[in-house]
Ligand binder design. Structure first.
Ligand SMILES: Cc1cc2nc3c(=O)[nH]c(=O)nc-3n(C[C@H](O)[C@H](O)[C@H](O)COP(=O)(O)OP(=O)(O)OC[C@H]3O[C@@H](n4cnc5c(N)ncnc54)[C@H](O)[C@@H]3O)c2cc1C
Length: 409
């Protein structure tokens, strides 16, 4: 059971999804003490998935950018959330219970929630201009301006963000090439079955792929870049977008005494190891996954949102059970809506239901090495996703999940 009290000063560092939702949930759950939300970015909190979807794949506009805010100033004022935006935390003294900010001030806390998320893994290639990365609203604005030129784009990294950027660039009429050193980059996320169909989808939309070969160098400048591949091929590009993963934002915690290992390491109650009354949530947290039996750092919207609710509950009411993840992720590419639930065990097996070539609607059910159903991926098939989700949560056998989804087909 965690310790709860509604009158403490809760300081939340990181004013994005996990941090903002924690502040909102604390008030909804009856927290009466001070709530301070510290954020490095100067603007009001906003949502990130639309940065590569609605904003980039549609018409980028300042009005649309306002619609992705996670809270208005009025709401935060009404909920008495004290905002310290534009002030990054630079240190934590957990013995004195103080968060040090870049402007030289310190914020005292009774309980601290670390929600500093992750940053794009920096590009190792840095010509003077023309290389972009996507993590913030400003990044999305800058990339949209480049795509609007309709000139050749090379996307480095074939994960969800890279492929969504590629789909957006196609929409702007840009010739697009995706490069990734892995032979099947999307297989990590959705399994080889749907990964193959996704690659075909991109090719049908005119995207060229160079998989199984990495980038050696990017030279030149915006408008006249050369991307040199390990295969020796040289690709001309006006713009390059590098999406090669992310790194947890923990630099400011280097001297804090907290256990850091690819994120802030927590126990199953999301309490940070190494200090009292400190929690870590969202993309920055590395926590013990009860289903997989290993520590994971999830970089997914639903996880950040669920952990914000879990920690707000722990702080206000106390919790007896550890955090149970939902493990849900989605991606939008052209007219495909890809949803994944649960996980894929590389030592297990997968069953494909439907035919992606025939009707652009399919599901894959993953079974783990012990024979239990552990995950599902669906394309354009919300009913199958919801059914699989319900059955997986109820612990149904792999055969019954497969049979039920087959009947839907
Ligand atoms: C382009 C894009 C598309 C995505 N699409 C999807 C999707 O389709 N589905 C999905 O499930 N997930 C998606 N995600 C992932 C999802 O957005 C993240 O999982 C979610 O944003 C995590 O929220 P968070 O609050 O933990 O961290 P973040 O969103 O990373 O926010 C952390 C905040 O902390 C701030 N911060 C960092 N360091 C400090 C500091 N020292 N002091 C103060 N503040 C600090 C940062 O500036 C940032 O505002 C996408 C992410 C991106 C970038």
């Amino acid at each position: 059971m965690t310790e709860a009290a509604v009158d403490r000063h809760v300081v939340i560092v990181g004013a994005s999804l996990a941090g903002t939702r924690t502040a909102q949930n604390l008030r909804v759950l009856g927290h009466t003490g001070r709530v301070t939300l510290v954020g490095a970015e100067a603007e009001l909190p906003y949502d990130r998935p639309p940065l590569s979807k609605r904003l980039l794949q549609g018409e980028w506009s300042e009005a649309a950018a306002q619609e992705i805010r996670l809270a208005t100033q009025e709401e935060l004022d009404e909920r008495e959330v004290e905002l310290r935006l534009g002030s990054a935390a630079v240190g934590l003294d957990s013995a004195a219970r103080l968060v040090q900010l870049a402007d030289g001030t310190s914020v005292p806390y009774d309980a601290l929630v670390i929600a500093t998320g992750a940053a794009a893994r920096p590009s190792p290639w840095r010509p003077p201009s023309g290389v972009y990365q996507l993590r913030t609203l400003n990044d999305s604005r800058a990339i949209a301006a480049r795509l609007a030129l309709g000139e050749p784009v090379v996307v480095v990294g074939g994960g969800f963000i890279g492929t969504e950027i590629a789909a957006a660039a196609v929409g702007y009429g840009c010739p697009v090439t995706i490069v990734d050193p892995l032979p099947e980059p999307m297989a990590r996320l959705v399994g080889p079955e749907i990964a193959g169909s996704l690659v075909e989808l991109h090719r049908r939309n005119g995207v060229r792929t160079r998989f199984g070969t990495g980038v050696v160098a990017i030279e030149g400048k915006a408008g006249e870049l050369t991307v040199e591949l390990a295969s020796g091929e040289r690709l001309a590009a006006s713009t390059t977008v590098v999406g090669i993963g992310s790194v947890p934002s923990t630099d400011w915690l280097a001297d804090s005494g907290l256990k850091l290992d690819n994120g802030v390491v927590t126990d199953r109650f999301l309490r940070a190891s190494g200090a009292d009354d400190v929690y870590a949530i969202g993309d920055v947290a590395r926590w013990p996954h009860p289903g997989r039996g290993v520590d994971v750092r999830a970089e997914h919207w639903t996880n950040a949102s669920d952990q914000a609710m879990y920690v707000a509950t722990a702080l206000t009411r106390g919790v007896e059970a550890g955090y149970e993840p939902t493990d849900y992720v989605w991606s939008d590419q052209y007219d495909w809506k890809v949803n994944t639930f649960g996980w894929r065990d590389p030592a297990g097996s997968s069953t494909v239901i439907g035919d992606l070539q025939a009707d652009s609607r399919a599901a894959v059910i993953h079974t783990d090495a012990q024979g239990a159903a552990c995950g599902a991926v669906t394309v354009n098939w919300v009913r199958a996703l919801n059914q699989a989700r319900r059955l997986l949560a109820a612990g149904a056998s792999s055969d019954s999940v497969v049979d039920t989804i087959r009947q839907l087909a």
